[in-house]
Design a protein around this ligand. Structure first.
Ligand SMILES: [Zn+2]
Length: 84
């Protein structure tokens, strides 16, 4: 039996063990987020958000983990293009 189980839909929340600390992510899709950031940077349309994109990329890569807030930030930047 796994030490920690999250209900369905809680895919962004990492699992913690009281004694061991961080164990695993349910499904934060951090590699997918890195790809998405690279796509945005490569497109050349997001120079105005380059600092933010690079910052989030670095953090996600370092931790091999993405938070819901980081996903939201990237989504906002992506949608921001259409508002400008
Ligand atoms: Zn993760």
């Amino acid at each position: 039996m796994p030490p920690f189980e999250l209900p369905a839909g809680e895919r962004f929340r990492p699992a913690y063990d009281r004694f061991e600390g961080f164990i695993m992510c349910i499904d934060c899709k951090w590699e997918e987020l890195l790809e998405k950031i690279n796509d945005l940077l490569d497109s050349g349309d997001y120079e105005w958000a380059e600092d933010t994109l690079n910052g989030i990329h670095e953090t996600v890569e370092d931790h091999e983990h993405a938070t819901e807030r980081q996903w939201q930030a990237i989504t906002n930047i992506e949608e921001g293009l259409h508002k400008h």
